[in-house]
Design a protein around this ligand. Sequence first.
Ligand code: E4P
Length: 218
Amino acid sequence: MDFFADTAVIDDIRELNGYGLLDGVTTNPSLIAKSGGDFLDTIREIAQIVPGPISAEVAATDYAGMMAEAQVLSAIAENVVIKVPLTLDGLKACRALRAAGTQVNVTLCFSINQALLAAKAGATYVSPFIGRLDDINLDGMELIHAIRALYDGQGFDTQILAASIRNPNHVSDAALAGADVATMPPDVIRALVKHPLTDKGLAAFIADWKQTGQKIIK
Ligand code: E4P
């Protein structure tokens, strides 16, 4: 499963990319607003840091507007993926962009029928929002399982990009459910490495090593 950072904060992207942990990045209008940066400059900078797919979302909601904005966003860098909402106009834009060879992420997916439509529109990625389904007492992970079964059964090659991930359990469960990608807030990526027994074990090794009085580099 690929790891994408779900953020527009350049320092976080730089740090996580430095660990070799990033396969791509997703942004959305809310994340751009939160970061406070200029949208086009931010996407340009991210695309220079991470060579993998960088999702940049259109702001228009009509087909013509989405296509015009997609042209501007695609011109930023080759690895920019156009993110469109899961609406009829978004699906139409998805089909047209894919026909022109552009990578498309269809976002705001909350149902199996929506995932079916995204795949039929030729989406490169579909983004089911796990956390937002859990927030309203539905089961986000169940949707990931269902999309995996649907796509495998029908032979769709649209990648399942598990989104709206809120905690490490979402990540492992999405991987086990067969998601192709998980996009995660930076703090969730950092939390994946944490285990109290790792910290305790390392502290004991450091203490014991000190007692030997030895050095590896002499
Ligand atoms: C993914 O592309 C979305 O931008 C993101 O995962 C939404 O997450 P949220 O529900 O935490 O806002």
